[in-house]
Ligand binder design. Structure first.
Ligand SMILES: [Zn+2]
Length: 98
């Protein structure tokens, strides 16, 4: 399976570390986005510090992204690979550990 790079925090208050993960395939109704830029906001700081309730770790902070759709799941209509997008808040089913 293809790999991707990600920045994760393994535990609350831990250091950010560059890791390699398996590239997820989009499930039904999902698209996969190749992230080309990612902002960092106060919410990410709170995530890294473990300040949000019910966080699980390891965690990949960063939800303010811009990128290009590179795979499309079954049942997705109106989107195609190569489309650039900048969602207001990317939640990412597999952005985190699970
Ligand atoms: Zn934010």
């Amino acid at each position: 399976m293809a790999k991707m790079r990600a920045v994760q925090v393994a535990r609350a208050g831990g250091p950010l570390e560059l890791v390699e993960r398996e590239m997820p395939e989009p499930a039904r109704g999902e698209v996969r986005v190749r992230v080309e830029a990612c902002g960092v906001c106060h919410g990410d700081s709170l995530t890294v510090e473990g300040q949000w309730p019910d966080l699980s770790f390891p965690r990949l902070p960063g939800h303010e992204i811009a990128g290009v759709i590179d795979a499309i799941g079954a049942g997705v209509v109106g989107w195609r690979a190569g489309t650039g997008l900048c969602p207001p808040h990317a939640s990412g089913r597999r952005r985190g550990a699970g």
